[in-house]
Design a protein around this ligand. Structure first.
Ligand code: KIV
Length: 261
């Protein structure tokens, strides 16, 4: 059964919600149905695009990757990130989110949101575009803030995050992604909201968790945040295999007779 926006929302309070990123059909096919939700995250700018941050990613690239993933995802809920600069104003947000939603084929979009973007969430939701605001540490503010900064350290910051979360729920957000915050504020938001919260680097009290697949499977090791648990040593396994292949070719062990016509 395909997870829809409404079945996803019903997962709140019924055990933890699971999610992962995917950027292409190959991996999305493997992940589909194993987790409740798949995100075509703009983190693909770093792991696939080779960029230092998420900022260079274009809307066209995001549409291309979302199309690849949506072609094969049949069970998990599918969400696509709006890239940096594609939702600076309500007008550009509606135009670009409509394009991504129509052409990409995801069930919902995700935008990084502060107090200035509450109206945008309402406007997108009112126009039938299911929207997941991303709060706390926002990777698209990496250059502006001079790095990745954990949020919710002071009482003031915690209070304004909770207020923001409540306003976003009222504005029509179907779920919230909370990144890089102290666990207690992620817990307070989760307990005060009716919509599900998905956390990354925000402790164990959110309704669900998400990790970036290339981090958790050990393919991307240029930057390893403390919250990442590595489930596979992907880079080492591939390195070993590519070396073996090259060695086989050089030493005339590949192809053998069975592998030839
Ligand atoms: O782009 C992404 O992969 C994300 C994660 C931090 C969830 O937004």
């Amino acid at each position: 059964m395909k997870v829809t926006i409404s079945t996803f929302q019903k997962l709140k309070g019924n055990g933890k919600i699971t999610s992962i990123t995917a950027y292409d059909a190959l991996f999305a096919r493997i992940f589909d149905g194993e987790v409740d939700m798949i995100l075509v995250g703009d983190s693909l700018s770093m792991s696939f695009g080779g960029n230092k941050d998420t900022i260079p990613l274009s809307l066209d690239s995001m549409i291309y990757h979302t199309q690849a993933v949506s072609k094969v995802v049949k069970k998990s809920l599918l969400i696509a990130d709006m890239p940096f600069g594609s939702y600076n104003t309500n007008k550009s947000a509606l135009k670009n989110a409509t394009k991504l939603y129509k052409e990409g084929g995801a069930d919902a979009i995700k935008i990084e949101v502060n107090e200035n973007k509450i109206d945008m969430v309402k406007m997108l939701s009112d126009n039938g575009i299911a929207t997941m605001p991303h709060i706390g540490l926002m990777p698209q503010f990496y250059r502006f803030e001079g790095g990745y900064k954990i949020k919710g350290k002071s009482k003031e910051e915690k209070d304004s995050m909770l207020e923001l979360a409540l306003k976003l729920q009222d504005a029509g957000a179907f779920s919230l992604l909370i990144e890089g915050t102290k666990s207690d504020i992620a817990r307070d938001i989760t307990q005060n909201l009716k919509i599900p919260t998905i956390g990354i680097g925000s402790g164990n009290h959110t309704d669900g968790q998400i990790l970036v697949w290339s981090d958790m499977f050990g393919f991307f090791d240029e930057f390893k945040p403390k919250f990442v648990r590595q489930y596979l040593n992907g880079k080492e396994l591939l390195k070993k295999s590519i070396k073996q292949y090259a060695d086989d070719v050089k030493n005339l062990r590949f192809p053998n007779d069975d592998e030839s016509y």
